[in-house]
Design a protein around this ligand. Structure first.
Ligand SMILES: [Zn+2]
Length: 193
């Protein structure tokens, strides 16, 4: 028989074996009902020396926004990340997962869904509304993939596209277009010949 953990992971399409779900309930936050899932993120081995001789030292809890097909019931995963002290190399660490990047509060699956929606011809406001996110969050997800081409300051790429242009004092500001950012992140082929 499947466990509660297996059922939730099947439902949310989460495969990380280090994430163990233990509970779920509905919670009203700012007048809106959220489906809240409680999980522990364990660390079986030290990330530095791979020793399993670990001393558990509490948890760091982060509330991860997780987008599902039914946007009318937003999902939050209350992820309790295990903090450990390695008895072999004496280094401290906190459990990490591919589900979410360090310091983020929105899951990587959700980011991919937002990026996919951004390749469609629709406004960021409509994407934000559909996924119960702020427009700023959608903008940040878009900007996060623009870091892939920040490396070359001595030359400009062959194609450039701008959404906005303004002059303040003697400085000129250009805002790169969304399709341009997505193209250079390999997610949109509007500039391909
Ligand atoms: Zn270690």
């Amino acid at each position: 028989m499947s466990s509660l953990n297996d059922c939730i992971k099947f439902h949310l399409n989460i495969e990380d074996p280090n994430i163990i779900f233990s509970d779920y309930f509905k919670k009203c936050i700012n007048g809106k009902y959220y489906k809240l899932y409680v999980a522990e993120l364990i660390y079986p081995l030290c990330p530095y020396c791979h020793s399993s001789n670990l001393k558990h030292n509490g948890h760091y809890t982060s509330n991860v926004r997780f987008i599902t097909a039914d946007a009318s019931h937003p999902v939050i995963i209350r992820l309790k990340k295990q903090c450990v002290l390695c008895n072999a190399c004496l280094k401290r660490s906190m459990a990490q997962s591919n589900l979410i990047n360090k310091g983020c509060y929105i899951s990587n699956t959700s980011k991919r869904k937002i990026l996919s929606a951004l390749t469609e011809d629709r406004s960021m406001t409509s994407i934000a509304r559909e996924h119960n996110l702020s427009v700023n969050t959608v903008q940040r997800v878009l900007e996060s993939c623009s870091s892939k081409f920040y490396d070359y300051f001595d030359r400009l790429p062959e194609h450039l596209a701008f959404d906005e242009f303004k002059g303040v004092g003697k400085k000129l500001h250009f805002k790169r277009s969304r399709k341009y950012i997505l193209h250079y992140a390999g997610l949109y082929d509007c500039y391909s010949k």
